[in-house]
Design a binder for this molecule. Structure first.
Ligand code: GLY
Length: 440
């Protein structure tokens, strides 16, 4: 397989063409019409929200800053890009289309959003129009036909080699950010400054990152989606949990690391144990493995660590069966990732619909499909000390399952999460994140 991105991109478009032909056949339609998305104003204000491109658009094009453009795909015909390049001296306007991708599209440049209308197919009723309501243009009102969406989203789980390469590139930026963030933590900086160090090293700001950075010192690590950024460093530094990604050509990486300030303490040993278990879980990202089983196995592995560290006083199997492990590991083992950090169709039973349920008692798992080559998933086990979850356990009948003095010792450190992005192949998994850190 070649690593030349231009060749990979051409092959990627071939895959999208055939998926689109099949999806349109399902919907008995002739054209796929995809607006890139629109700017939206804040309430009672003339400031717009950060623009987020329609994922159905960026699946085809490495364009993430082009509101008001349209893509038209008709099976058997070269795809058409209606490219909005307004005359505007208030804002930076998109540059004229350039790059190897342009050779694959018939490109029409328009100067106003309304002008696009004359270049769209004649009959909107023959189109699957995939977009948000505010992208409507004349009779081209996004209708998102369920049969078309179901087909495209189900198959989007299977990344083309081009997409995996874009995710490797995103990982490179994320790794730069993570390295800088760890150095900033070791230097004693505040969460805000660590975040800024991350952005500077990744060369991306909050609008480009695929999700809000989680930069959590000490007990803040116990808030799963902690996105405040304290301006002052705590007087005593104990730990650092950072969950931060990066984007490349519309594709995301999603990486979490946890550090202890004192590399010789118990919390570091706990991190090391989770890290070893996490790598074993990553090695299970193989074709035919039910992701739900990976999640359940993760509970057992983490409960074993809790038992080894004296946090629980019952057998790991008992901790899982009674739900005690869920108080320490209250989220899913991960999710699909690609064009969106939480990739769509995580529960899809087939390309024509149906849902694969979560295991009972595990309401936050985001992916229930059987892994197949091409899927890219995160593997992100965690152990947290979250008062809101532990207090009812302490008060209830299962309170004796836990050594609360151990919980009290770990609580100021917040929690641990270690997360890699892993590609399922027809052989050994490819750990995009570990490869990124090792420079492979
Ligand atoms: N890493 C952020 C999330 O998965 O929500």
């Amino acid at each position: 397989m070649t690593a030349d991105p231009a060749i990979l991109y051409a092959a990627h478009l071939d895959v999208l063409q055939s998926r689109t032909a099949a999806a349109l056949e399902r919907g008995r339609l002739d054209h796929l019409v995809v607006p890139s998305g629109t700017l939206r104003y804040q309430l009672f204000d003339d400031r717009d929200y950060p623009y987020a491109v329609n994922p159905q658009f960026k699946a085809w094009l490495p364009l993430t800053r082009n509101p008001g453009s349209w893509l038209v795909v008709t099976p058997g015909v070269r795809p058409k890009l209606i490219y909005l390049q307004p005359h505007d001296y208030w804002h930076v306007v998109p540059e004229s289309p350039s790059g190897p991708w342009t050779g694959h599209f018939d490109i029409v440049v328009v100067r106003t959003a309304d002008e696009a209308l004359q270049h769209l197919p004649k009959d909107p009723a023959r189109c699957a129009i995939l977009g948000e309501p505010q992208s409507a243009l004349g009779a081209f009102v996004p209708d998102n036909p369920p049969s078309v969406i179901a087909y495209l989203e189900y198959h989007r789980a299977f990344k083309t080699p081009y997409e995996v390469e874009m995710m490797r590139q995103a990982t490179r930026a994320g790794v730069r950010g993570h390295r800088a963030a760890e150095a900033a933590f070791r230097a004693g900086l505040a969460e805000f400054d660590i975040h800024m160090a991350y952005c500077a090293a990744a060369r991306q700001d909050a609008c480009q990152l695929p999700y809000n950075n989680i930069v959590a010192l000490n007990a803040h690590g116990a808030v799963l989606h902690y996105t405040d950024l304290d301006l002052a460093a705590p007087s005593r530094l104990r730990s650092f949990l950072i969950d931060a990604g990066a984007s490349h050509a519309g594709y995301a990486c999603d990486i979490t690391r946890t550090y202890s300030h004192d590399r010789g303490d118990d919390f570091q040993s706990l991190i090391d144990a989770v890290d070893t278990a996490q790598q074993a879980m990553c090695s299970q990202v193989r074709a035919g493995v039910d992701y739900r089983q990976l999640h359940l196995d993760a509970h057992l592995a983490l409960a074993s660590i809790l038992a080894d560290f004296g946090v629980i006083k019952v057998a790991p199997e008992t901790a899982v069966a009674t739900g005690v492990s869920s108080a320490f590991f209250p989220h899913g083992i991960g999710h699909g990732i690609g064009l969106q950090v939480h990739e769509v169709a995580g529960f899809a039973a087939s390309d024509s619909g149906g849902l694969l349920p979560r295991p009972e008692g595990h309401p936050y798992l985001r992916l229930t499909r059987v892994l197949q080559p091409g899927m890219v998933v995160t593997i992100e086990p965690g152990i947290y000390f979250i008062d809101m979850l532990l207090e009812p356990l302490r008060q209830g009948a299962l309170g004796t399952s836990v050594d609360w003095s151990r919980v009290d010792a770990f609580r100021p450190f917040g929690g641990i999460r270690i997360e890699d992005d892993v590609a399922c192949t027809d052989g050994a998994p490819e750990n995009l994140t570990r490869d990124g850190f090792s420079g492979a």
